[in-house]
Design a protein around this ligand. Sequence first.
Ligand SMILES: [Mg+2]
Length: 254
Amino acid sequence: MPAIPRLVAFDLDDTLAPSKSPIEPRIGELLIALAERVEVAVISGGQIQQFRNQVVDRLPASDAVAHIHLLPTCGTQYFRHEGGDFTPVYARELTDDEKHRALAAVEEEARRLGYWESETWGPILEDRGSQITFSALGQAAPVDIKKAWDPTSEKKSALRDAVAARVPDLEVRSGGSTSVDITRKGIDKAYGMRQLSEETGIDLDDMLFYGDRLDADGNDYPVLAMGVSCVSVTGWEDTAAKLEELIPTLPARA
Ligand SMILES: [Mg+2]
C-alpha cells in the first residue's frame, strides 16, 4: 500500500452509496475533504447522468471539485471539473462501423428469435456512444413487467450468444432484466484505472482503490488483479468510517 496515496479512487454503487441512490451528506463532505489533500476519482459502469444524480449534485460547494475525476462506463469516458461543471475530456465511442454492425446484429437476431416486442416503453435500441443497448421492452417499462419478461434469463442468454457469434470482435453481455449490452472488448475497471493513470500522470502504485466487489466474481476485481492497492468495503457506511481514519493521515495540499 502506498504510504501516502496521490490518488484515491472509488467504485460508486454500494461503495459510496446504495445502488442507484444519491450519496449521503457525510460521504459528500468526506469526498471534498479528501480532494483537498489528494486527487479523487469515481469509476463505475454507469452513465454520466448517474454520476450527476448520485454524486455531483450532492457535493458541497468547494474549489476542491477541481481535484475530482469521473470515469463513467468504466473509463471509456473521462470528465473533469472545468468552467463550473464537469465536462468531458474524452469519450471513446464505438466506431460507426462497430455501431452499425452491432445494431444490425441485435435487431436481426432478436426478430429471428421472436424477442422483438411490439408493445414497448421507449425505444428498444439505444446508441449510448460507447455502448449499444437492447432493452426488450424499452428503458421505461414498469419494473414488474420487465421482471416477468425473462425470469430465467433464457431469452437474454440466447440473444447474447446469437449476437456474440455475429460480432466476435465486440463484447456482448446480458445486462439488466431485459437488456443486452454491446461494447468494445476488454473494457472493465482495470481499463479505466489505466486511462486515469495516463491522464493524470500518477503511477498505479501511488493509487488506492475502494470497492465492495473485490471478490473474484466482482466487477471491482480487475483493479485488484492489476496490482493496485485496494480496500474492501461492505457499503457506504464502512467507506465513510475508513475515510475518517485515512484523511487525518494525509497532509493538506500546499
Ligand atoms: Mg459496487
